[in-house]
Design a protein. Sequence first.
Length: 165
Amino acid sequence: MKAQNKPASLNQALELFHFAFRAFTSGPDALLAEQGLQRVHHRILYFVGRHPLLSINELLRILGVSKQALNNPLRTLIETGLIDVQADPRDRRIKRLHLSLAGLEMEERLSGNQRLLMAEVFEQLGADAEQHWRQIMQAIAMTQFAHLCPAPVPGTDDGQSDKHQ
């Protein structure tokens, strides 16, 4: 394993990661640009869609941004009718977020392209390659975000099944 960790090999892995990320985000970026939105809007839509009735503080924790950084993009999504806000029934000071119908449709257009790309690649390369990819992504994420990583789902090898669909 140590032989694979030579600088040239690691640099190649970094370049592949860069170009894979660009391929992964290019479709959604184009859709966002048509709407005058940016990647931050997609991240907000994605996480609110995966966690209905998420509080603003919970969203801040997941995204790892300040209230100031979240304020404008979230306000845009609310004003354009993509996200609805409701007061928490037990504590009216807490605002709960959920996607409107238009928000659900937009999030599906954005993330649907990415899910399709991943499904195609996983199908092409097989279950073992998918499992290894998930293990690598999990290991990288756990170096800094263990408290945010999804818990394993019972009945799966890696806990990353499509539990939110």
